[in-house]
Ligand binder design. Structure first.
Ligand code: SF4
Length: 360
């Protein structure tokens, strides 16, 4: 793409962002390091998660696993437990797999090029660009959610930003705007601008250093762009979960690491066929667990996973100290610790149906 295709000289952008960043950039725990392990960890944690939510997790993770070697050799359950509450757990599993690749294939030294970084599980082109720029000062464009939004507005892109054509165009623009020098600070700056000024709703255009270059702003389209992506209809699944309580503890089990949501915890549950009443399957679940009694219906919740929507009906049953409860693959978790457990999304929400302090 020639510079004449842009409605301003691309070299205008970086100096403005760098000046703005010098005055208004955020001081974040992963900003004052060039350690690729720390930068990679922060970039993975920040995918689909806000800075405020990430800071505590980032520090706790590093306190427990300060090096890539320690991460690579940690048991999978430990990593999931350190991730508990951050969501999108595939990131934690990929983190573990990627640490093993760094240790086994790169002798524990992080690769520094975008192409090599993209060979790590969970590292896409934008994350690879961010690590290359932030840890190794390589000129590499990024196109995370914040940058995508800025570019859609700056160039008034009027097509869904995830379409193939838009994707190609956005990467070309990102490439053109990335400077040869100061790529570390430029990358931080453009991410910050999207997080604090060019925000999804009501961008603060009067505070923006790109204000007079911005096509969307000139056209009054800053709130309409980026265009919304059409959402796909997800298939619906039904399950029933039993919150089985014994002497202040609840029965939980860890999902197989090879399965969907592997390594995460959940309450015992069973799938329902379409329109099948929960009362038909609940006895089967209870028989599997070796318990009897009248379970109390607490309510239903709905949760969206990446490729289906789950309607979960929640029952509770309190039992005495019955030795026959099937404990082989299960564990008891004290009620007060349930909220710290790495339960997957729907089962985390199920806690809200419990009365008193556990349910909040
Ligand atoms: S002027 Fe407004 S819409 Fe344009 S980049 Fe700046 S904050 Fe975003």
């Amino acid at each position: 793409m020639a510079d004449s295709d842009l409605h301003f000289p691309p070299a205008e952008v970086a100096p403005r962002l760098l000046d703005w960043y010098g005055l208004d950039g955020r001081d974040l725990p992963w900003r004052n390091t060039r350690d690729p392990y720390r930068i990679w960890l922060s970039e993975i944690m920040l995918q689909q998660t806000t800075v405020t939510a990430v800071i505590g997790y980032y520090q706790r993770f590093l306190n427990n696993l300060p090096t890539v070697e320690q991460l690579a050799s940690a048991p999978p359950g430990k990593i999931i437990d350190l991730w508990a509450g951050l969501g999108y757990y595939a990131r934690a599993r990929n983190l573990h797999a990627a640490a093993k690749v760094v240790v086994e294939e790169f002798a524990g030294i992080f690769p520094s090029t975008v192409d090599e970084l993209q060979k790590l599980p969970g590292v896409g082109r934008s994350t690879a660009g961010a690590i290359a720029a932030l840890a190794f000062a390589r000129r590499a464009p990024i196109l995370d959610g914040n940058v995508r939004r800025i570019l859609c507005r700056l160039f008034a892109l009027r097509e869904p930003p995830r379409s193939t054509a838009a994707e190609k165009q956005l990467w070309q623009w990102a490439e053109r705007l990335t400077p040869e020098q100061d790529v570390h600070d430029y990358t931080q700056a453009i991410m910050d601008l999207g997080a604090t000024v060019c925000v999804p709703r009501k961008p603060l255009c009067t505070d923006c250093p790109l204000n007079d270059l911005c096509h969307a702003c000139q056209l009054g389209l800053e709130q309409e762009l980026p265009l919304q992506q059409a959402t796909k209809k997800l298939p619906l699944r039904h399950e029933v979960a039993l919150l089985l309580e014994r002497q202040g503890g609840y029965l939980v089990r860890r999902r197989l690491s090879s399965s969907f949501l592997g390594g995460l915890w959940e309450f015992p549950s069973i799938g329902l066929n379409d329109r099948e009443p929960a009362e038909d399957k609940l006895p089967l679940l209870m028989a599997d667990l070796g318990v009897t009694g009248e379970a109390q219906f607490l309510g239903s919740i709905s949760h969206i996973y990446s490729h289906f929507r789950l309607e979960l009906q929640i029952y509770q049953l309190s039992i005495g100290d019955l030795p026959q409860v099937a404990e082989t693959e299960n564990d008891w978790c004290a009620a007060a610790q349930l909220s710290d457990l790495a339960l997957h999304g729907a089962h985390k929400k199920a806690l809200g149906k419990l009365p008193g302090e556990i349910g909040g």
